[in-house]
Design a protein around this ligand. Structure first.
Ligand code: ADP
Length: 476
């Protein structure tokens, strides 16, 4: 089976969040099941710098005011397609944001171009490789499902769109309708119109043959006004075509026994040396007590403002905090201020290697998100014996076994969950964490459970395969 995966980010070439990890990991996970997945991404400046020489595969002609070509590269047996369109993608600053932190004004056109390239590969034989299924990710790929879907039953591919985060709608001014190729008949409430604007996400939600999201709980949450972010009505309409499939993590990259960035360990006992290093690195006293870590974007979604309020509970419980993050300026400032406390260490920035050292050296990892489609850092935590303390939402609800009295009595707990996502329950959860840490037998049991939990791709890859098979069968 042949799958074209279309996304705006892909590890190890370009990443701003978990989407990139998933897109990067899927091809090899699927290859193990006999699926050939090729990935199409934009040729951003930073991608081109990493890739070096590419092979030109096809001309796409004029796309949104400049020439575009499709280029490719084979890496470790997997083919990557890169859309070269210098006028759209070869820029300094961010992949989505300009130097002032604003969305690039032509983001709708930039990602519509990506979708046009996907359409040409899937439907017009642009390359000598015919996909069976178009697998898009988030709003940036939404129009690809629209462009192929509106070709009706004669089309060669069926499509699936994975929702990694429904908060991003891919909104475009209606004046761009013609340029984006949205037919008047589709610019309606039942189509791609969203409150008078065009939404590339909604186009994908309506026109994809199947939808998936990255955890079973988030799939349920998306049907509700609280989590659906204005798209819950559409999601309820499509509920029969929606699946929740958990993300896995790359077990080679995140493996405490082989990780070159840390003092490697096979059992949680090996964490002690990493903890000392981390304490030193963050200027924290080298003492006992639960060392909690956070590795996160600093945004409203992640609930870290709640953590700021609950910090006194951690400190009075004998704990320490080491945080690595970047994002919202007000949150950055607030954490820098919090870092004045001797028990709190803060690094503002993005640093993969430090993230590894933190997951290895921390006793616990805190993820108090208001919503979390899947979440990856709690999975890293599990694998490294770093107990996740998480909000009971989305993928955090599906991947952590809460230290309830029953789970503790059964010896099954692997973390702590709190609910609802507000300050008082978070304080209680932190107090519980500090209490459990003082009971070494219980804490060690939780670490063992955490490290034994399956967090790779095996199960999820099989679930994606089932979706692809359904799609292929439906087109026969
Ligand atoms: P989201 O995609 O919403 O940001 P996820 O938990 O799904 O959240 O994925 C976040 C990914 O980005 C993880 O791989 C995490 O380790 C990484 N990450 C986030 N912030 C940083 C940072 N400041 N430095 C290094 N890695 C980070």
């Amino acid at each position: 089976m042949r799958i074209l995966s279309v996304a705006s980010e892909c590890v190890p070439f370009v990443k701003t969040g978990g989407l990139a990890d998933v897109v990067g990991a899927l091809p090899s996970a699927m290859a193990d099941l006999g699926v050939e997945m090729r990935t199409l991404i934009p040729g951003y400046t930073q991608v081109l710098e990493k890739l070096g020489a590419l092979r030109k595969v096809a001309e796409l002609g004029e796309l949104f005011g400049g020439k575009a070509t499709l280029q490719s590269l084979k890496l470790e047996g997997e083919t990557l397609y890169v859309l070269r369109a210098p006028h759209l993608f070869e820029r300094s600053d961010g992949i989505y944001l300009d130097g002032k932190g604003q969305d690039w004004a032509d983001n709708p056109e930039r990602f519509a171009a990506l979708c046009r390239a996907a359409e040409a590969i899937c439907e017009d034989g642009l390359v000598n490789w015919q996909p069976d299924v178009l697998h898009g990710h988030d709003w940036q790929a939404g129009l690809a499902s629209y462009y192929t879907g509106r070709r009706g039953t004669a089309r060669k591919t069926r499509s699936v769109l994975t929702i990694h985060n429904i908060a991003f709608h891919g909104i475009a001014d209606p004046a761009k309708r013609l340029a984006l190729g949205v037919a008047p008949a589709d610019f309606t409430r039942d189509g791609v119109e969203f409150w008078g604007k065009i939404s590339a996400l909604k186009a994908g939600l309506i026109f994809s043959d199947r939808l998936t999201t990255v955890s079973p709980t988030y799939a349920q949450e998306l049907l509700t006004p609280e989590f659906g972010m204005g798209m819950d009505g559409v999601m309820r309409m499509r509920r029969d075509d929606l699946r929740g499939i958990l993300n896995g993590i790359d077990l080679d990259v995140w493996n405490p026994a082989e990780d070159r960035d840390i003092r490697r360990y096979k059992t949680a006992r090996g964490k002690a040396a990493n903890k000392r290093i981390l304490q030193k690195e963050f200027g924290l006293a080298e003492r006992d007590g639960p060392l909690c870590v956070v590795v996160s974007r600093l945004s409203q979604q992640k609930g870290l403002d709640l953590l700021l309020e609950a910090l006194p509970t951690l400190i009075s419980g004998g704990g320490q905090l080491a945080l690595l993050g970047t994002g919202d300026a007000a949150l950055e400032r607030a954490f820098i201020d919090a870092g004045l406390d001797e028990n709190v260490g803060v690094r503002i920035g993005y640093d993969e290697k430090l993230a590894h050292r933190m997951i290895a050296g921390g006793d616990a990892i805190l993820v108090p998100s208001r919503f979390e489609p899947c979440g990856l850092t709690q999975l890293y935590g599990l694998r490294y014996g770093t107990i996740p303390l998480v909000a009971l939402t989305g993928g955090l609800a599906d991947t952590v076994i809460n230290a309830s009295p029953a789970a503790l009595a059964m010896g099954a707990a692997s973390g702590i969950q709190f609910n609802p996502v507000s300050v008082e329950p978070l304080r209680n959860a932190i107090a519980q964490l500090c209490g459990l840490y003082k009971r070494p037998a219980v804490w060690n049991m939780m670490q063992k459970n955490a490290m034994a939990q399956p967090v790779g791709w095996d199960q999820s890859a099989a679930e994606y395969l089932a979706v692809y098979r359904e799609l292929v069968a439906s087109s026969a």
